[in-house]
Design a protein around this ligand. Structure first.
Ligand SMILES: [Zn+2]
Length: 479
């Protein structure tokens, strides 16, 4: 029992993308009157003892005796001020937004994550019933289910109250808490106990997913290419006839349409794999990922992925088999034009093609291997003006409707463009978009997808704390 054990278990889950992506998740350890909780904006995968903020538990407990304003922004600001004041003497870090929740759970270790597999349950129509069905057992105190609720103080307050009721009923605290449209809290008095519980939970959900006939996938892994998803030239056309690649050309249009919203420059990456190809077939197939499942999806990939119907004049929907996702002539290795920053190596831009989607976040070299021979798609030379205007109009409509530019732009029959102020931000948008796709897939085992309600989405979009987390996480990894 030590801070070192907390560091180890934090890294254990933080470095596994099946559990944690980007700055997601948080962990804690209680040592008498001191709570060590992950600092806001710190990544679990590389955390060391300095990444935890020491909190005075007596001061945290006093927060529950106070009254806070009704107004959400005022309330969260006041609670944040009290949390900062509850830090142990000399502590300079900013504690996780979920600190209060960590403190009220009566376990020495608490590990909170957002696994896609778990969120396949928490973001599904029959999530609550599924939890009852999967985990209710005579000798097993069942997990606690918390309906979708705004994060921060309100979530902690609801969990505290629900837990007190649970203890009255079951005579012990819940070691597993499912948060609808959010993730899972696991508590135990040893690191080994945490692992044991997580293993049990993940195995049980995986079993149910398998029983529903669905495949499991690694979070960061893309499915392998299959015939039906491959783009190929229209019959009678040859690769050499078409100098420009469609993804590159459409990428230029996306970039142009968004440039005005990124005065400091933007980074655009393109991806397509089998799963993405299926999702961008048409608006109906995109519906499963057309909104946000969890707060992390909103923070990193935006709450409103934009779907653009195949721009007129593009023979984009010709999918007739071939070898690999998308491959083209030389242009495929060229950067999307107007790049602001050079990538460290290999492909000198955010344009990653075809199979690169299998490992974009690990910095693996093969992610930038040259495109494989095979199918090609073309930017038809016939109507050069129309498609860019269509893309620009779609972006304008999106901004007018949502008040912000999209971080994920899906183009029918082509693929997805993830956008950010620099490569790291675009990569994060892609990682969370892939995660949403995985979650959507898993929900099929539990009655289908159920997005966050719009008022909860609005809350996150406006939440200063989340904005801070998002900006810190992006800043830290900028180098
Ligand atoms: Zn969380």
């Amino acid at each position: 029992m030590s801070l070192q054990e907390l560091v180890e278990i934090s890294r254990y889950y933080g470095s596994n993308p099946d559990y944690v992506i980007a700055g997601g998740g948080n962990t804690s350890w209680k040592d008498g009157n001191t709570l060590y909780v992950k600092g806001s904006g710190t990544a679990l995968g590389e955390i060391d003892s300095g990444g935890f903020v020491r909190m005075d538990r007596a001061a945290l407990a006093r927060i529950w005796t106070r009254r806070y304003p009704e107004d959400a922004a005022e309330r969260e600001a006041a609670v944040l001020a009290d949390m900062m004041a509850a830090r142990a003497p000399g502590e300079a870090g900013r504690p996780s937004v979920e600190t209060l929740l960590h403190d009220v759970l009566p376990f020495l270790y608490v590990v909170h994550t957002h696994p896609a597999l778990v969120n396949g349950v928490t973001c599904s129509k029959e999530g609550e019933a599924a939890v009852k069905r999967l985990f209710d057992g005579p000798e097993n105190a069942p997990p606690l289910w918390i309906p979708v609720i705004n994060p921060g103080y309100v979530l902690s307050a609801v969990v505290k109250e629900e837990m007190e009721g649970y203890i009255k009923t079951h005579g012990r605290p819940p070691e597993v808490i499912f948060l609808q449209n959010h993730g899972i809290f696991v508590g135990a008095n040893s690191a080994a106990g945490i692992k044991e519980i997580y293993r049990r939970v993940m195995d049980r959900i995986a079993l149910a997913v398998g029983e529903a006939g669905l495949a499991l996938r690694g979070n960061a892994a893309a499915t392998s290419p299959g015939e039906e998803d491959v783009l190929s030239p229209p019959e009678g056309e040859t690769l050499s006839h078409h100098a420009a690649s469609l993804p590159q050309q459409v990428g230029d249009w996306v970039r142009a349409a968004l440039a005005a919203y990124y005065p400091g420059g933007l980074f655009v990456r393109f991806d397509r794999n089998n799963e993405i190809a299926r999702l961008v077939q048409d608006r109906a197939s995109f519906a499963a990922v057309s909104s946000a499942f969890t707060p992390d999806h909103i923070v990193y990939a935006g709450s409103d992925p934009l779907f653009i119907e195949a721009p007129q004049g593009l023979p984009s929907a010709t999918c007739r088999g071939g070898e690999v996702g998308i491959a083209y002539g030389e242009s495929a290795t060229a950067p999307l034009r107007g790049e602001q920053e050079a990538a460290p190596q290999g492909l000198s831009s955010g344009a990653t093609y075809g199979e690169s989607a299998t490992a974009p976040l690990r910095g693996e070299k093969e992610a930038h291997s040259p495109p494989r021979r095979g199918a090609a798609v073309l930017a038809c030379c016939a109507t050069p003006d129309l498609p860019p205007r269509q893309v620009a109009k779609a972006v304008e409509r999106h901004v007018a409707k949502t008040g912000r530019p999209p971080k994920v732009v899906a183009v029918q029959g082509v693929g997805v463009y993830c956008v950010g102020v620099h490569q790291k931000a675009a990569d994060l948008a892609y990682a969370l978009f892939l995660d949403a796709a995985a979650v959507a897939g898993y929900t099929e085992a539990f009655g289908g997808p159920s997005f966050m309600p719009q008022d909860k989405i609005n809350f996150i979009n406006n939440w200063e704390v989340e904005r801070y987390r998002s900006s810190v996480s992006v800043k830290e990894t900028k180098e």
